[in-house]
Design a protein around this ligand. Structure first.
Ligand code: ADP
Ligand code: MG
Length: 475
């Protein structure tokens, strides 16, 4: 024998042992990440479902948690007026790592099925307490409650307590409470910044934050205009690989290859399917299951290559949910009270079969403090990104712009907001803090920033001319 000891690890145990991968590297990051994951879930359950969000966040220090030199523990509660979690999925949604309702092709903030469980695991490990969830869906007659912990070895929920109450009134939504070790004094500025930036991009949300210092931050709703909720879409042929194709072939109801293409993919209609099959000499009548048989691997590979190569229509973007230039302008105006603001929502583009839209807002002057470089507000699928700024594609673009060309001389009061909306944001890590520099996305960000910056230049040069004229008339 080699003396090596082999065993398997559950995915819950993996994330329990590698907390930093999910953004829980230390008590400061953990408190920030917990708020973030809970708020993200609340927003996915509201604005993405056509509900004007109401989100109440409360962070309290647990009394006595600092005694005997212990590190402070906090109780965090986030409540929303969202669609709620059906009782049948509640235990799994909060108690099984990699269980999600968002494993579909749709623009959502969550995508890994990990966030809230990473927070619950961290809480379990540092405070030793279960998570408590109350939830009611729109139609249900009951409000359900569960207290549970995650069985780390088995990656299963262990329910400690449950309850149900007759619902009076029409409340629907979710309230999640968990306790964890944290560092409020260090996390405070990041958490406030996170909420503030969320309010910039979601001015249609009402957000209340209660802090351990006894302060209340209130972000009232400043518009009732909601972005159009995202719809679910089918895969685009440019984005599939062999494994994905296999599972699609296994699960399809289509009886021929031709029907399979039309039914299971976006951007393939009858005519396109015909032309595609002819061009690559593929048999339209082939049964999908045939392609899965032994000895057909070559054909399968040929099909994937063909799907990749054929000039299908670009992925559909009506499935995306951009914020819209008007909401971006409302948000920037409210938060910064600038002298000038402009925004653009570009037309959709695609990378590797994934549609995306880049939106950019620029605010200048007024209440903005002059800085030595632009204040960059990064967002992806409406999530503010605060850490890893210098690794982000938006930073790469914005810092490479020659602002002088746009009549902006630093130090200058300049805020640049960049939002990337996609069914698949290419994050660099599961903590979702920075976006990779995919060339197509990078080019779009550049185009968008330049487009708004040109408008700023127009404004600034007109203003300079007017000031010049006034000066002349006075002297
Ligand atoms: P993800 O958000 O990536 O799907 P999470 O672990 O954060 O992963 O959440 C798991 C699932 O729990 C979500 O997909 C969603 O279905 C459900 N969920 C969590 N929080 C809420 C909430 N506040 N309202 C409605 N559903 C929620
Ligand atoms: Mg989530």
């Amino acid at each position: 024998s080699t003396g090596e000891k082999y065993r398997e690890m559950s995915v819950a145990e993996f994330f329990a042992k590698n907390k930093e991968l999910a953004g829980f590297a230390n008590p400061t990051r953990a408190l920030y990440q917990t708020i973030r994951e809970l708020v993200e879930n609340s927003l996915d359950a509201t604005d993405a479902k056509g509900i004007l969000p109401w989100i109440h966040i409360s962070i309290r220090q647990i009394e006595g948690s600092e005694d005997k030199g212990g590190r402070p523990r906090y109780r965090v509660t986030v409540e929303d007026n969202g669609i709620g979690v059906p009782v049948t999925s509640m235990a799994m949604a909060f108690g099984k790592v990699l269980f999600s309702s968002k494993y579909v092709i749709r623009q959502t903030r969550g995508m890994y099925g990990l966030g809230v469980k990473a927070a619950i695991l961290y809480g379990q490990m540092t405070a030793g307490t279960p998570v408590e969830v109350y939830s009611a869906t729109k139609g249900s007659q009951y409000v359900y409650m569960m207290k549970l912990v995650i069985d780390v070895q088995r990656n299963e929920p262990r329910i400690l307590e449950r309850g149900e109450w007759n619902k009076r009134g029409s409340w629907h939504g979710t309230r999640v409470t968990l306790s964890l070790e944290g560092d409020w004094s260090r996390a405070k500025s990041k958490i406030l910044e996170y909420i503030k930036r969320t309010a910039v991009i979601a001015p249609y949300a009402e957000i209340i934050l209660e802090t351990p210092d006894g302060e209340i931050y209130y972000f009232p709703r400043s518009t009732r205009k909601l972005p159009k909720p995202p719809r679910e879409s089918k895969p685009h042929p440019h984005g599939v690989d062999i494994e994905q194709l296999k599972s699609m072939l296994r699960n399809t109801r289509a009886s021929t290859l031709r029907e399979f293409l039309v039914k299971e993919f976006q951007s393939i209609g009858d005519k396109t399917a015909q032309d595609f099959l002819e061009r690559y000499g593929l048999d339209p009548g082939l049964k999908p299951r045939e392609l899965l048989k032994k000895g057909r691997e070559g054909l399968l590979r040929r099909l994937v290559d063909a799907l990749m190569e054929y000039p299908f229509r670009a992925p559909k973007s009506d499935y995306l949910s951009p914020i819209g230039s008007d909401i971006i302008e409302i948000g920037l105006r409210r938060m910064f009270n600038p002298e000038w603001v402009g925004a653009v929502s570009r037309s959709p583009k695609a990378y590797r079969g994934h549609p995306f839209i880049v939106e950019v807002g620029i605010a200048y002057g007024g209440g903005i403090e002059p800085r030595s470089e632009p204040l960059l507000l990064r967002y992806a699928n409406k999530i503010p990104l605060l850490y890893e700024e210098r690794e982000d594609v938006s930073y790469k673009v914005v810092s490479s712009i020659n602002w002088r060309q746009y009549n902006v001389d630093f130090p200058a009061p300049l805020v640049v907001l960049v939002h990337i909306a996609s069914t698949k944001v290419p994050y660099k890590g599961v903590g979702k803090e920075s976006v990779s520099d995919v060339p197509e996305i990078e080019a779009e960000i550049r185009n968008a920033v330049q487009e708004v910056a040109r408008r700023l230049r127009l404004y600034l040069s007109r203003k300079a001319r007017e000031e010049e004229a006034i000066r002349r008339s006075v002297t």
